[in-house]
Design a protein around this ligand. Structure first.
Ligand code: HEC
Length: 105
């Protein structure tokens, strides 16, 4: 029982370390793709929007996408549609989404 507890605690510590470390490492485009389902209604399933009001994201610079999302989240950039979306994103989500959309052509 004590061993099991020790193993579980060690596993939890490793998981926590991985979660804390993740914003520092490059975004994961595959994880971003899964998260991008919630963006597809406006920005299109492949990052190309189907109307004039919503910008294309495909192929945009990764750093620009990430900073735009952080700005919507912080309120530095304000848009009724995007501010609400960005509030729900973690730092890792933003890195992953930026990696995904910038990888699209
Ligand atoms: C309800 C529609 C809608 C949804 C859903 C939506 N967006 Fe947007 N997005 C917009 C609009 C409209 C703009 C332009 C806002 C502005 O003028 O600042 C925008 C702008 C952006 C920009 C800045 C683009 C630029 O060229 O500066 C990024 C990045 C972005 N969205 C990412 C996302 C991501 C990632 C998601 C999903 C998590 C998402 N959006 C979901 C409507 C939407």
């Amino acid at each position: 029982m004590l061993n099991l507890l020790k193993t579980t605690t060690a596993a939890l510590a490793l998981t926590a370390a991985a979660v804390i470390a993740s914003p520092a490492i490059a975004g994961d485009a595959a994880a971003g793709k899964a998260k991008a389902m919630m963006c597809a209604g406006c920005h299109g399933p492949a990052g190309i929007s189907n109307n004039n009001m919503w910008p294309n994201l495909a192929g945009q610079k990764e750093g620009y996408l990430a900073s735009a999302l952080r700005d919507y989240r912080s309120g530095a950039r304000n848009n009724a549609m995007m501010s609400g979306m960005a509030k729900a994103l973690s730092d890792a989500d933003i890195a992953n989404l930026a990696a995904y959309f910038s990888s699209l052509k």
